[in-house]
Write a protein that binds this ligand. Structure first.
Ligand SMILES: Nc1ncnc2c1ncn2[C@@H]1O[C@H](COP(=O)(O)OP(=O)(O)OP(=O)(O)O)[C@@H](O)[C@H]1O
Ligand SMILES: [Mg+2]
Length: 395
C-alpha cells in the first residue's frame, strides 16, 4: 500500500534526515516508527503526503508513484494527525473535525453529519463537545478530535505523528485502547510515529526501529522484543524485555490447567463428596453448555448445605478470553488478588477452557522468550533492508 524505494532526504543545510530508506506497509497494516528525537520520523511521514519532497528515491501509494500525483489529490487519500494535534483554536470541535470535508466542497450539512459521526466514533458525544472550542477540552480530548479530523474524509491511509504524545500515561493508555478498537473497525493503512517503545509494541503490527544512521530492525513486536537484531535495538527495547513481552504473548489453550469441574444441576452433596475424594479445594461451575458460571469451594465450607450446586455457586470475578495477552492475565490476577483465573473461548459463546495459574503464566513467558531465541539467532535476524535514516548533522 505504501512503498519506500531507496528514499533519501537531505535538507538544504546538508542534514541527511533520511538515508536510503526502503520498506513496505501492507494494506490495513499498522506500522509504528520508533526512535530517538531527530532520527527522521517526521521527515519520513511528510514525504508520504508530499509536504516534503525526497532528494532521491521514490514512494508509491497503492502502486502509484506519488511524485506524479497532484499533492492536493494525494492528501485527500491520506489522513494526517500532526505532532501537537494542531486544532484551529477559533473553530469549534465540530468545525475542526469537518475541515477536510469542507475543503473537499461537501455540502455543509453532510460535512457536519460526518463530523458528528466521527466524534462519536472516537468517544466524544457531539451534542456535548461539538460546539466547544479546543481550549475547552482536556489534552486527551483534543487528541481524539485530531484523530477524528484525520478520519473525516475516510482516507485509506493515516499518518499519525505522536498523536498521543501530549497526555499523561493513564490517558495515553486509554487513547491507545480506543484507537486499537477503532482500527479494528476501520482497518486503515497506518504509519504511526512514537518515541515510546511500549506504545510501538502495543499498537504496531510491525515496528520500524530507527537508529542514528539506519533503520535497525523492521519486524513484528514479538520479534523486536524477543530477538533484537542489533545491540542498539536491544538497548532501545530495554533490559526489561521479559516484562514487555507480557503484552505481546497471548494466553494459549496449552498454557491452561484443567481443574475439577461440576455442573449447575449436580446435587451439592454428591459434587462436594467427589471433590473431597479427589483432594480438590475448589471446582469450576459450568452450565449445561459448558459455559463458565462460577466456582464452589470444596472441603468443609459447604458441609451440611443442601440443594444443587446452582444455589451455592459463587461469582467468578477473574476471567479472560483465550488469546488475551499475558499482561492482561497478570493484571487480572493482581486486581482480583486471585491465585488463578478462568479462561474462556469468546468465539464459542464463552465455553470454559481451563485456568491460568501464576506458575503456568511464568512458564508461558519463559517459553515464548526462549522459542524466539532458538528460532531466530540474534545475529541472523533478517533486517529487511529498511536501512538507514541518518542524522549526519547529529543533535
Ligand atoms: N527544514 C529542515 N532543515 C534542516 N534540517 C531539518 C529540517 N527539518 C528537520 N531537520 C533535521 O532532520 C532531522 C530529522 O528531523 P525529524 O523532524 O524528521 O525528526 P523526528 O524523528 O521526527 O524527531 P522528533 O522525535 O523530535 O519529532 C533532525 O536532525 C532535524 O534537525
Ligand atoms: Mg517528529
Amino acid at each position: 500500500m505504501i512503498r519506500f524505494e531507496h528514499v533519501t532526504k537531505r535538507y538544504a543545510d546538508g542534514t541527511t534526515a533520511v538515508d536510503d530508506l526502503s520498506f513496505e506497509v501492507a494494506e490495513g497494516e499498522l506500522v509504528t516508527l520508533v526512535g530517538p528525537s531527530g532520527c527522521g520520523k517526521t521527515t519520513t511521514m511528510k514525504m508520504v503526503n508530499r509536504l516534503i519532497e525526497p532528494t532521491e528515491g521514490r514512494i508509491f501509494l497503492d502502486g502509484d508513484d506519488i511524485s506524479a500525483i497532484d499533492p492536493v489529490q494525494l492528501r485527500r487519500r491520506i489522513g494526517y494527525v500532526i505532532q501537537q494535534v494542531g486544532l484551529f483554536p477559533h473553530r469549534t470541535v465540530l468545525e475542526n473535525t469537518a475541515t477536510v470535508p469542507h475543503l473537499l466542497g461537501w455540502k455543509r450539512g453532510k460535512g457536519r453529519a460526518r463530523a458528528a459521526e466521527l466524534l462519536d466514533l472516537v468517544g466524544l458525544d457531539p451534542s456535548v463537545y461539538g460546539d466547544r472550542y479546543p481550549e475547552q477540552l482536556s489534552g486527551g480530548q483534543r487528541q481524539r478530535v485530531g484523530v477524528a479530523r484525520a478520519l473525516a474524509a475516510d482516507p485509506p491511509v493515516l499518518l499519525m505523528d505522536e498523536p498521543f504524545g501530549a497526555v499523561d500515561p493513564v490517558v495515553r493508555e486509554r487513547l491507545q485502547n480506543e484507537f486499537l478498537r477503532l482500527q479494528a473497525q476501520v482497518r486503515k493503512t497506518v504509519l504511526f510515529v512514537t518515541h515510546d517503545i511500549e506504545e510501538a509494541v502495543r499498537l504496531g503490527d510491525r515496528i520500524a526501529v530507527y537508529g542514528q544512521g539506519s533503520v535497525e530492525q523492521f519486524d513484528s513486536p514479538a520479534t523486536v522484543l524477543g530477538a533484537p537484531a542489533t545491540d542498539y535495538v536491544a538497548d532501545f527495547v530495554g533490559a526489561d524485555r521479559g516484562l514487555k513481552r507480557l503484552s505481546v504473548t497471548p494466553v494459549e489453550e496449552s498454557d491452561l490447567d484443567r481443574p475439577p469441574v461440576v455442573h449447575l444441576d449436580d446435587p451439592l452433596d454428591r459434587a462436594t463428596g467427589r471433590l473431597r475424594a479427589e483432594g480438590a479445594r475448589w471446582a469450576v461451575v459450568l452450565d449445561g453448555d459448558g459455559r463458565l458460571h462460577g466456582w464452589i469451594p470444596a472441603g468443609d465450607a459447604l458441609s451440611g448445605a443442601k440443594g444443587t450446586v446452582r444455589e451455592h455457586a459463587r461469582r467468578m470475578e477473574a476471567w479472560l478470553p483465550v488469546g488475551a495477552p499475558l499482561k492482561q492475565a497478570f493484571a487480572t490476577m493482581l486486581q482480583h488478588d486471585a491465585g488463578w483465573i478462568a479462561v474462556i473461548d469468546e468465539q464459542s459463546e464463552g465455553r470454559f477452557l481451563g485456568v491460568l495459574t501464576p506458575a503456568r503464566l511464568h512458564e508461558a513467558l519463559r517459553r515464548s522468550i526462549s522459542a524466539d531465541d532458538r528460532a531466530v539467532p540474534r545475529a541472523e535476524v533478517a533486517v529487511e533492508s529498511v536501512a538507514v535514516v541518518a542524522n549526519t548533522a547529529g543533535d
